[in-house]
Design a protein around this ligand. Structure first.
Ligand code: GLN
Length: 441
């Protein structure tokens, strides 16, 4: 733990958190004492992990990489993190991310851009960039990211590690700072499928503090080794034939498909919505939800308060000065789509489209066991490019946001290339995703 903390301090991927350092060293000493006493220790006991800085850990800074919460100390601990603590895992570090999860590059942060683990001129990906980079660099054994529209899967793909977005509700969201509540998911990032499985089991379960959470059965190692039940794989024709796809991403994907066929799996090309429809549906709903969720951050109960001449001005100055450009863009956009005169035309249309997209997935899963796609149409951009062109950044989420809207379990598998392979199964079928990833190895 000491060595890892020293390594972590030498890079810019992490937020400063002296309270967490002390906690980590205390917990490590307890595990050492147990070992010295000859006691047996559990599977996760003493294993160091990282936490995207959007999870509450009682008494420690929880900033969401934002100016607004730069001094905020959490009053309680998130359920997912508490489950890991109960299993003896040691939280080492809070990880740099796009503030409030708003972004796809981890540049929208007060702590400086996260650099890609493989090529430091490129972005680390976002929004859980610090988490993916820490795992790729071996600073943490696993990290807990958050995925609303791709934020675990995309940085995992850019840094060549595994990243799972479980089925919505499999892991409690209690204590994960809300971005878009209807798609927010807790997601582990790790170097192996086995690590993902173990961490997923520990975090999963019904939690009375999150009414959308549900009870699920543990996934055993034996289950993953058995590839029965995987016969047919589908992919979306228009994703692969789109002029927007990078030729290298396309070539890698087609190669993966050939490999799957060679293993005796039937592969079907499926029709699906255009990327623009998926991206605009997702951003309409995500912006509406974030505008609503972030309305509490006005400097009264939370946040870095900046005094104005009266209360209204205090709210206004606190929010204008402290939110980033990207967050303000989303709050303004979200409030617009929720306003009278616009909500029927835009917000309700978004909700209806989401239902159609989900129904489409249900139909697809009558014909295929797994849906495959690249994680992104593009390779990781250079640092600086995404900030210049937010619209291009939104379009880079084209292949991840649809599965978020469908609340499906979906995993990034590293391919040793510039973006990962994304494996998706029907809702609540998380074990099939892991099983298929194992089968592909
Ligand atoms: N890039 C997407 C967005 O900015 C997804 C982010 C996330 O999953 N937190 O909304």
């Amino acid at each position: 733990v000491q060595d890892k903390l020293a390594q972590l301090k030498q890079n810019t991927h992490n937020t400063v958190n002296a309270m967490l350092d002390t906690m980590a060293l205390d917990l490590a000493a307890k595990v050492d004492a147990k070992i010295a006493n000859g006691e047996t220790i559990g599977l996760l006991e003493g294993i160091p992990f990282g936490i995207k800085d959007v999870y509450m850990v009682q008494g420690t800074l929880t900033t969401a990489s934002s100016n607004l919460l730069k001094n905020y100390k959490a009053a309680y601990t998130a359920t997912a993190i508490q489950n890991l603590l109960n299993a003896g895992a040691i939280p080492l570090v809070k990880e740099n991310c796009d503030s409030f999860g708003h972004g796809s590059s981890s540049e929208n942060t007060i702590f400086g851009a996260v650099k890609n683990a493989i090529n430091p001129d490129l972005v680390g990906g976002g929004s859980s960039g610090g988490s993916a980079v820490n795992v790729a660099k071996n600073y943490t054994v696993f990290s807990i990211g958050g995925d609303t529209g791709g934020s675990v899967r995309q940085p995992a793909g850019y840094n060549n590690v595994y990243g799972l977005k479980p089925s919505y509700g499999r892991i409690s969201r209690y204590g994960l700072m809300a971005y878009a509540s209807s798609t927010d998911c807790v997601g582990p990032i790790a170097q192996s499928i086995e690590d993902i499985r173990i961490v997923l089991n520990v975090m999963s379960g019904k939690d009375i503090k999150d009414q959308t959470s549900y009870a699920s059965a543990e996934i055993s190692q034996a289950q993953l080794l058995n590839s029965e039940g995987i016969k047919t794989v589908g992919y979306f024709k228009n994703f692969i034939e789109s002029p927007a796809i990078d030729p290298k991403v396309k070539a890698d994907f087609l190669q993966a498909i050939e490999k799957i066929k060679a293993k005796g799996i039937e592969v079907k090309a499926l029709d699906f919505f255009e990327s623009e429809t998926l991206v605009s549906t997702y951003y309409t709903l995500a912006m509406a939800e974030t505008a609503s969720n972030l309305s509490r951050l006005d400097g009264t109960n939370y946040g870095n308060r900046i005094e104005g001449d009266n209360l209204k001005e205090t709210y206004s100055v606190t929010r204008s000065e402290n939110f980033s450009e990207e967050t303000k863009r989303r709050i303004v956009g979200g409030n617009q789509v929720l306003s009278q005169g616009f909500s029927d035309e835009i917000y309700l249309k978004g909700l209806a489209l989401r239902d159609t997209i989900s129904a489409n997935f249900e139909d697809d899963f009558k014909n295929v066991d797994i849906i495959l796609s690249p994680v992104t149409p593009n390779t990781p951009p250079k640092i600086g490019d995404s900030l210049k062109d937010p619209h291009a950044m939104y379009l880079s989420d084209a292949y991840t946001v649809g599965f978020s809207l469908g609340q499906l379990p979906t995993l990034t598998v590293p391919q040793g290339t510039a973006t990962g392979l994304q494996i998706t199964a029907a809702k609540h079928n998380d074990e099939l995703v892991l099983k298929f990833a194992n089968f592909l190895k």
